[in-house]
Design a protein around this ligand. Sequence first.
Ligand code: 5GP
Ligand code: ZN
Length: 112
Amino acid sequence: MTDCVFCRIVARKNPADIEFEDDAVLAFKDNYPKAPVHVLIVPKRHIPSVMAMERGDAEILGRCFLAARALGEAKGFAERGYRLRVNCGPEGGQVVYHVHVHFLAGGRASGA
Ligand code: 5GP
Ligand code: ZN
């Protein structure tokens, strides 16, 4: 999936400001932040969208939420909280078709 911008970041072919990594997940700063803290959490394996999600993808997407928890703790939001957002498909506002969880924090609404 070398034409996928997030696969290219996972493969270190495109630069990114990485915030968290484990064997299944990578998280990096959104390059157009919509909140004081805006991190994108992506599975390392290419899954286009929740709308293309299969049973075998359930664990890796759960790992994205565990990464969100780790980010929240590492960045000081474990008590204050944060917003997680997953845009799905054209009318859901999805632009990049490599599934990702937006981690938004640092303001009351934590982004739109
Ligand atoms: P979507 O609308 O698909 O849910 O969100 C895509 C997000 O990816 C947007 O917030 C956008 O700013 C971010 N984004 C798009 N291309 C890149 C990139 O090359 N690097 C980084 N760090 N973020 C990107
Ligand atoms: Zn991809």
